[in-house]
Design a protein around this ligand. Structure first.
Ligand SMILES: [Zn+2]
Ligand SMILES: [Zn+2]
Ligand SMILES: [Zn+2]
Length: 96
């Protein structure tokens, strides 16, 4: 069951990563269209509640320097997942 959980995390992680890029693109487009001084509120095109959480975690991980000792929820776990996923050569790897 733990393995299944990890697989879900990775799927969500990949989705959130993509989703984040979409949001940024959307936001840039909106700002160009509007050409107003005021900042457009952050775009969130995705309605998935878990995705919003994952995006926050991703943001945290970019800035996190604690690594394995980090106490933030999911930070260490996700770091592990990403490390394996990057180093694993199996195309369909879901943690082998
Ligand atoms: Zn999303
Ligand atoms: Zn952290
Ligand atoms: Zn693997």
């Amino acid at each position: 069951e733990r393995r299944k959980d990890l697989q879900n995390q990775l799927r969500l992680l990949l989705h959130a990563h993509k989703c984040q890029q979409n949001d940024q693109l959307l936001q840039q487009q909106l700002q160009q269209q509007q050409q107003q001084q005021q900042q457009h509120p952050p775009v969130n095109g995705c309605q998935l509640p878990q995705c919003a959480m994952m995006k926050q975690t991703l943001k945290h991980m970019m800035e996190c320097k604690d690594g394995k000792t980090c106490k933030a929820p999911k930070c260490a776990t996700l770091r592990q997942i990403i490390t394996h996923w990057k180093n694993c050569n199996r195309d369909e790897c879901m943690f082998c």
